[in-house]
Design a protein around this ligand. Structure first.
Ligand code: AMP
Ligand code: MG
Length: 368
């Protein structure tokens, strides 16, 4: 019997990085929005003009924004509406979204989609081609079979895996103009490994359009720092404790004008007969990844790239992740033995949380 160790995906808060707020009084207001972007539960908050906080559920996860300056409330609403539109477009579960229609037309001639969808697919395919087979947007047959993020996860038998693995093949996706084709029935696109990071670019564009120059947004495991804090200093973020709850962190670091995407096996999983099956699948084995990394956060100015690398490096493991860091990639990695590997470029701001010094070791990795 499968034992569920997670709550319903929709009710689970997944944050790889946490905002560190000096005090609750920093918030002018806390409001909850529905995924349609309508205010549903206004709550009171301290009002000292320091920032505006809004929460919603979108893209199957909790979204939190902290926005500074005039127009913050309007911006929060507009972003929430935009995220609901993008969720529909990119979710393989929505009925009429672009990805759902592409998947439904697998082996049947393909589907016409929005130019923004083809742009993201091109970007994702270009990245996945560099992953050494660790990342595939055509992973859907495997993620659907395992169902780790659904209410009905199961261990997929080897014989079934053997039939599904040939369907995972990014090089078979064809994009002609706005027409996207998956050649074989049973193929499918799952953008779960990249969409939350990619949408940060749209968030950035919308903040700019609305003259917001200072904001933080957390979308599941990804945080985008838009500009700096109002005083010009970078935002301070916390790197989550994989063993703790959604708000506990083990170290802090500074970030501005960038996205950090975090992947880890602690986010979504189920356990059966003492084995943990996580939501990141290794396309090379067809099975949930068995990584020597507890959690990896990748920092990049392009959100899609950060999100792609966090998933890919988790699958590839510590050795390849350290190589990525040595080649100039910026990352924070926690291994299974409480060592944190941190890009040397973060050294000035990186600090263990007080009290954590005896638990964690830090090793800085310089670009070579
Ligand atoms: P992330 O949390 O960004 O690491 O993404 C995990 C999500 O990406 C999963 O829930 C799946 O939707 C999808 N996914 C799982 N394995 C892979 C993979 N090897 N390549 C691309 N996407 C994946
Ligand atoms: Mg990712």
């Amino acid at each position: 019997m499968a034992r569920r160790t997670q709550k319903k995906p929709n009710s689970r808060i997944i944050i790889g990085v946490v905002f560190i707020l000096a005090a609750a009084a920093l918030l002018t207001a806390v409001v909850i929005y529905t995924s349609r972007g309508q205010k549903s539960t206004p709550a009171s908050g301290a009002s000292n003009g320091q920032g505006y906080e809004a929460m919603t559920y979108a893209m199957n996860t909790l979204v939190t924004q902290k926005i500074y300056g005039a127009g913050a409330e309007t911006a929060a609403l507009e972003i929430n509406k935009m995220l609901a539109r993008w969720e529909n477009r990119f979710s393989m579960f929505s009925k009429d979204g672009d990805i759902a229609r592409i998947n439904a037309a697998a082996g049947l001639g393909g589907a016409d989609v929005d130019p923004q969808t083809t742009a993201l697919l091109q970007h994702a395919l270009a990245l996945s081609a560099q992953s050494g087979g660790a990342f595939a947007i055509t992973i859907a047959p495997l993620t659907s079979a395992w169902g780790i993020t659904t209410d009905t996860p199961r261990v997929v038998p080897e014989a079934e895996l053997a039939g599904l693995m040939p369907l995972v093949n990014d090089s078979a996706v064809t994009i002609q103009g706005n027409h996207v084709t998956l050649p074989e029935a049973g193929m499918g696109i799952d953008l779960g490994g990249i969409a939350k990071g990619a949408v940060c670019t749209e968030v950035k564009n919308m903040y700019n359009q609305l003259n917001i120059s200072s904001a933080l947004i957390s979308i599941g495991g990804n945080i985008y720092a838009h500009g700096t804090q109002p005083d010009g200093t970078p935002f301070t973020l916390g790197f989550r404790d994989p063993a703790g709850d959604e708000t506990s962190y083990i170290a802090s670091f500074a970030m501005a004008d960038a996205v950090i995407a975090v992947s880890g096996g602690y986010e979504r999983y189920f356990e059966q007969d003492g084995t943990r099956y996580i939501h990141i699948i290794d396309p090379r084995t067809g099975r949930p990844a068995q990584s020597d990394i507890a959690s990896v956060g990748v920092i990049h100015e392009d959100g899609a790239t950060a999100d792609f690398y966090s998933t890919t490096l988790y699958v590839l493991g510590l050795g390849k992740t350290l190589a990525y860091m040595r080649s100039g990639g910026q990352a924070i990695v926690l291994d299974m033995h409480n060592t944190l590997y941190v890009s040397d470029s973060l050294r000035d701001s990186f600090a263990l949380r007080p009290g954590m010094e005896s638990t964690y070791m830090i090793e800085y990795i310089a670009a070579q």
